[in-house]
Design a protein around this ligand. Structure first.
Ligand SMILES: Nc1nc2c(ncn2[C@@H]2O[C@H](COP(=O)(O)OP(=O)(O)OP(=O)(O)O)[C@@H](O)[C@H]2O)c(=O)[nH]1
Ligand SMILES: [Mg+2]
Length: 206
């Protein structure tokens, strides 16, 4: 599959219309705990100006809102993020980012509806959140890949150690990424598409 585009998208995004060559559209969800970078990923990779539903975090949220490791964060997603990317001439992905704060997790079921696959974003400072997130995807039968968003002060582990820690089976792709970089976010999505393709082929053979 072929990518075009660069790491940054200068100026206004002009690709608001679907490419006339587009033949298939797939819904993908970007999921993970609070402040792990979901909104940042949808924003960095989207061809269109992303839709966000971020609200300012205020003093009123102290003791209610989680803020571990993201003390400088001032906004949080309260409903969803939405973006779109053409990964090939023919294939378009619709991206839905979930809210990370647990008090909004009830919205996830609706967002998972019709999703072909998911990206689980992980912060190594808070691995425990990932279990709940992956459990919910497993319950809904949504296949996923795991992308570790490498925050500078987060501990680094070899991928295979993380696989063990997260109790991931060997076929589930796991990779490091920097969600602020378009190319890195795109690579995560392409890994997910390759994984979904391999599942479809395996399913066809059994
Ligand atoms: N240093 C660094 N900062 C990052 C990285 N990814 C995201 N950030 C910053 O971390 C903060 C959290 O990012 P968001 O994209 O809002 O996280 P989120 O998962 O959407 O958060 P919620 O919607 O509140 O759950 C933002 O201020 C980002 O700029 C990264 O890879 N490195
Ligand atoms: Mg968000």
């Amino acid at each position: 599959m072929d990518f075009n585009g660069s790491d940054t998208i200068p100026g206004p995004r002009t690709e608001d219309h679907l490419p006339h060559t587009a033949q298939a559209a797939v819904k993908i969800v970007i999921v993970g705990g609070f402040g792990v970078g979901k909104t940042t990923m949808v924003g960095s990779v989207s061809d269109i100006r992303p839709l966000t539903t971020e609200e300012t975090m205020t003093q009123a949220g102290i003791g209610v809102d989680d803020n571990y490791g993201s003390e400088s964060k001032t906004a949080t997603t309260v409903a969803m993020d939405f973006g779109r990317i053409s990964v090939t001439d023919k294939l378009v992905l619709y991206l839905f980012g979930t809210p990370g704060q647990e008090r909004f997790w009830f919205l996830w079921n609706g967002l998972f509806e019709g999703a072909l696959g998911a990206v689980v974003l992980v912060d190594t400072r808070r691995l425990e959140v990932s279990f709940d997130v992956m459990g919910r995807l497993e319950e809904r039968g949504v296949p996923f890949v795991v992308a570790v968003n490498s925050f500078p002060d987060a501990p680094r582990y070899p991928v295979e150690e993380l696989r063990t820690a997260l109790d991931l089976t060997p076929e589930i792709p796991i990779m490091e990424c920097d969600v602020r970089r378009r190319a890195s976010s795109k690579e995560v999505l392409m890994t997910l598409m390759r994984f979904l393709h391999s599942i479809a082929l395996t399913g066809a053979l059994t």
